[in-house]
Design a protein around this ligand. Structure first.
Ligand code: SAM
Length: 218
């Protein structure tokens, strides 16, 4: 109940930024974390909100101290610090270039995103992807949920950054119903849960944002 009230208060303050009128459901949390195990550590969550996804990961045995929770809203960030005292809570804008290196030189095996990408300008979506993939291993995956009917990352952006998107499932038990996409670099297969842990090396960054021409900034 407290969670829902906090969510509603933040939604009234800034509906476009929060992007939902209710916290994600447990079912959506199960779907978006279904492929993630301790082998993917560290893991970064963008737009962690009330921490529903982080709670699912920790309940599944994922080490809390290998989680970084990125959240711009101070109300949610405070709640996350209380709930996940061992996690790194970064009260920053996920779209800010180079704002995020939560584990220094160690790259993450997965990024989970609750950011309202559908409502963000294309340039911000590109910045978020560049920053996230700059923190991911070559074979790491970016998991994004959406209320839309398609992947919230537009096809020209996927092409430009040589990324593939695959829908891994739908969740009807959520307000509103949602789908989850796995986005990976085209040249690398995602980390398999059963595979031995790989060296946490960083690949080359995604192509730089074009200054003029190319993909428009909406
Ligand atoms: C749909 S809500 C989060 C849902 C979350 N799974 C939950 O159940 O609480 C999106 C979250 O992203 C945060 N957010 C939006 N834009 C952001 C940005 N640029 N950087 C960091 N956080 C952002 C909002 O404050 C909000 O908490």
């Amino acid at each position: 109940m407290f969670e829902q009230l906090t969510f509603l208060r933040s939604w009234f303050t800034n509906p476009w930024r929060v992007g939902a009128i209710a916290p994600s459901s447990r079912q959506l949390a199960s779907l978006i974390t279904v492929e993630i195990t301790a082998r993917h550590a560290p893991v970064i969550e963008l737009g962690a909100g009330t921490g529903v996804f982080a709670r699912r990961l920790v309940a599944n045995g994922f080490p809390e101290d290998r989680l970084a929770l990125v959240e711009r809203d101070p109300r949610f960030a405070g709640m996350l610090r209380e709930r996940f005292p061992q996690a790194r809570v970064l009260e920053i804008d996920a779209a800010h270039p180079a704002a995020m290196t939560p584990f220094g030189d160690v790259a993450a095996g997965a990024v989970i995103s609750g950011l309202p990408l559908l409502w963000l300008p294309r340039r911000s979506v590109m910045r978020i992807l560049r920053s996230a993939f700059g923190n991911l291993r070559a074979d790491g995956a970016f998991y994004q949920f959406t209320y839309g009917l398609r992947c919230p990352v537009p096809a020209p952006v996927l092409d430009r950054f040589e990324l593939s998107a695959q829908r891994i499932g739908n969740c009807l038990v959520n307000v509103p119903p949602a789908s989850v996409y796995r986005i990976t670099r085209r040249r690398y297969a995602p980390v398999a849960a059963s595979a031995p842990a790989r060296a946490a090396s960083r690949p080359a960054p995604l192509e730089r944002l074009p200054r003029t021409g190319g993909i428009s900034a909406d």
